[in-house]
Design a protein around this ligand. Sequence first.
Ligand SMILES: CC(C)(COP(=O)(O)OP(=O)(O)OC[C@H]1O[C@@H](n2cnc3c(N)ncnc32)[C@H](O)[C@@H]1OP(=O)(O)O)[C@@H](O)C(=O)NCCC(=O)NCCS
Length: 136
Amino acid sequence: MVSRGRLLQLRDHQALIAWEGTARLGFAVISTEDAAKAELLAIRAVTPWRGIGSALLAAAEAQAVEVGGVRLLVATTNDNVDALRFYQRRGFVLTALRLGAFAEVRRLKGLPETGEFLGAYGVPIRDELLLSKDMR
Ligand SMILES: CC(C)(COP(=O)(O)OP(=O)(O)OC[C@H]1O[C@@H](n2cnc3c(N)ncnc32)[C@H](O)[C@@H]1OP(=O)(O)O)[C@@H](O)C(=O)NCCC(=O)NCCS
């Protein structure tokens, strides 16, 4: 994935998996390399609107706090209005807008013109929005 202009391998970071019995319901990936600014690199609920994302985010926040994290950062894109709502409803505030950041992402890894997730609403992907939550 690409976040904040960096090409990252999710497998290099810690994954949290949501389970129901033996079924995997979703995952989150968190980087705690910089404890002061832990970063949620990815979060995905296989089936939305069942509370899976909330549970994963709570687990990621607990992990950030455990390593002494002061802030938890997350980046999303302008098309992902459901994610923007999701994070802001859970205490994240917008900290930056990287206008046109996805031209560079397309160059680094290729990317469709619009998001593919449920909730992308066909909005062209252009910009990156950064959010942060104070964990103190
Ligand atoms: C963002 C994401 C992780 C949220 O996970 P989730 O399991 O759907 O989240 P939850 O069920 O815990 O909460 C979803 C919210 O949608 C609401 N919701 C429920 N049914 C809904 C519906 N039919 N339409 C819209 N919203 C609905 C829930 O009430 C909840 O609202 P709240 O924020 O007011 O509490 C999930 O949508 C996802 O995997 N998206 C695709 C991947 C992605 O975009 N990841 C983020 C990249 S930055």
